[in-house]
Design a protein around this ligand. Structure first.
Ligand SMILES: Cc1ncc(COP(=O)(O)O)c(C=O)c1O
Length: 400
């Protein structure tokens, strides 16, 4: 397989293609916006959104932290060089070993479970805690901004609940063990990703800080931002709003703002190229099978439309007839692996390729090893450079 090629037509499909310029712009624009509005800020990339090592290395070299939520993600980040206190460790799935390890460095750890409170005290009895400790707050977003979350009745399943006293108990537990609370973690993605959601979170943070007399070093507002999506809020919109509210109470010369974007960085700079491998007529419509699957670009199977471009290796032949209905289907054996339909359009052929745009968030990291293993990944910067060859059966049996 060629490692460097010049044109799309030479790429071995299926494959993801990273647009490096777009990634650079997304990263730079976010960093610039943060620096415009805040004296102290940390941009901690959400590893779960797309954990491709090439991407993590790129972001590390651009000065980002890694936001991780499991032992595996923690170890991956460390192995890639996030080892100088540039990890934000979140979530309920921390292992005790990596939790202790993170505590012994100048990382940021947001406590999400009761067992971590116990581990924290156990560690502190014999060691100095170098990490900064935050508490994740349980956020009833429906109460703050109705209609923007799933599970409106039960609320979020993360963090410590203020209403029922769990948050206060956690605070008291830390205090009685002489552990300093440095921050609050307030991640809560809304369905609308609106600026308003963040304003509500900031007001909530102020209410908590006031109510419990907290002297905070940081507010971690989490992820959930739009990136360069047209007609969506910009980084400047988000951060201007967040600053406006937070400065009503906090001293922004002292407070550090942590953001944990994933989607905003990764979504738009990954495309997925797939070849048409077969076209056949069933009843009166055509079934167009590609070598990619919904598993590659829509692993939740919830999208109802895709941004795509159709490529042909040959100039358009006006002789090709138009057909009434074509169903573009994935390569898996799932009956429901159907992507989209075309109506009254030129009949697709095996000369065509389909490029699905903006598919970098929650795709590669969620793709199952199902039927066809992980596809090639190329980076585009003037040429296409293969940075991860496709997985074969050999990868799967290597460790057995
Ligand atoms: C704690 C935390 N931070 C950040 C993110 C990233 O969110 P997004 O990719 O929407 O920016 C998530 C996503 O679930 C998360 O759970």
């Amino acid at each position: 397989m060629k490692k460097i090629v010049n044109t799309v037509h030479e790429l071995e499909t299926p494959c993801f293609i990273i647009d490096e310029e777009r990634l650079r712009n997304n990263t730079l624009q976010l960093q610039t916006a943060l620096q415009t509005y805040f004296s102290h800020s940390i941009f901690s990339y959400s590893v779960k959104t797309n954990s491709l090592p090439w991407l993590l290395t790129y972001l590390k070299n651009s000065g980002c932290y890694a936001e991780v939520v499991s032992e595996d993600e923690y170890m991956l980040a460390e192995a890639l060089g996030f080892s100088n206190g540039d990890i934000v460790y979140n979530g309920p799935l921390k292992s005790k070993e990596t939790f202790f390890h993170a505590l012994s460095k100048r990382n940021i750890i947001n406590i999400d479970t009761n067992r971590e409170l116990l581990w924290l005290v156990e560690f502190s009895q014999q060691n100095t805690i170098l990490a900064k400790i935050g508490l994740r707050v349980n956020i009833d977003m429906e109460a703050l901004l109705p209609g923007v979350t799933d599970y409106p009745q039960d609320g979020s399943r993360f963090g410590f609940d203020i209403e029922n006293g769990e948050f206060e108990s956690a605070l008291a537990y830390l205090k009685s063990n002489n552990i300093t609370l440095s921050g609050l973690h307030l991640h809560r993605t809304t369905k609308t990703r609106s600026v308003d959601g963040y304003l509500k979170l900031c007001r909530f943070a102020i209410a908590i800080a006031k109510n419990y007399g907290l002297d905070l070093e940081y507010i971690d507002i989490g992820g959930g931002f739009y990136g360069d999506k047209p007609n969506a809020p910009t980084y400047n919109d988000y951060f201007a709003g967040i600053k406006n509210v937070l400065q009503e109470y906090f001293d922004l010369q002292k407070l550090t703002i942590i953001v944990e974007p994933g989607n905003a960085i990764a979504a738009s700079c990954f495309d997925f190229l797939s070849s048409i491998i077969d076209v056949k007529k069933i009843k009166q419509h055509y079934v167009v099978t590609i070598d990619g699957s919904r598993n590659d670009i829509d692993p939740f199977f919830h999208k109802d439309s895709y941004f795509y471009e159709i490529y042909t290796a040959h100039p358009h032949d006006e002789q090709i007839k138009k057909v009434k209905r074509q169903i573009i289907v994935g390569c898996s054996c799932l009956e429901y692996d159907r992507l989209f339909e075309m109506h009254d359009t030129y009949k697709l052929t095996t000369d065509n390729k389909i490029l699905f745009k903006f598919v970098g968030a929650y795709t590669m990291a969620l793709s199952p090893v199902f039927i066809r293993y992980f596809p090639n990944v190329y980076v585009y910067k003037e040429k296409y450079i293969l940075i991860r060859p496709r997985w074969t059966y050999q990868k799967l049996i290597l460790d057995t």
